[in-house]
Design a protein. Sequence first.
Length: 220
Amino acid sequence: MTLLIPLYVHPAEDPGAWHRLIGAATRTYAVVLNPASGPGDGPDPAFTAVARALRAAGARLLGYVDTDYGLREHADIAADLRRHQEWYATDGCFLDRVTATRDGLPACRRLVRDLRRLGADPVVLNPGVHPAPGYLRLADLTVTFEGHWSTYVSAFTRPAWAARRAPDRFCHLVYGVPEALVPLAVRTAHERGAGVCGPVTGEPPNPWSELTPALVGAVG
């Protein structure tokens, strides 16, 4: 089991979390950098520093890019990727709020193709639900659950086609996990066919402002 780490807190606000993350970088699938709901308007020196330290520690870096469920122009998404690459030397991208329907698949296919041509590797898609199966062929990793622990426990379902795919293609991002149950959340993701997960204890509006206890604890 490896961990995808979206840590959406400024390094100056919680330097300890970033320090712990750098120290545990080898346990991560990748770290999502999200300075300003994307790369922002200019390079942030604090994020530049943690990005450099994470790379030196062996982490892969993903630039956060919002697709707004297919409503954003592809040129704007590509521009965000290039800023992440130029300012933070990211390896790939984390495409958030991705469409999940068959109708949205052709446009998503063109988008991923264009981003790969710009050097994005890996590409992670986050529809937050199980999308039409064709999306799995586009991405290196697809987030097929993003939601609260209570929903994950009570309402998660996995379509039959997903059970036939390799676990390393799936990620579950679960927030609101009681700290004592984080090891259980990791095991549950594994049992449900996700080779990558990211359980956090935080709650909305920004549950990803805290580092997952799974990264520094004896779970996995």
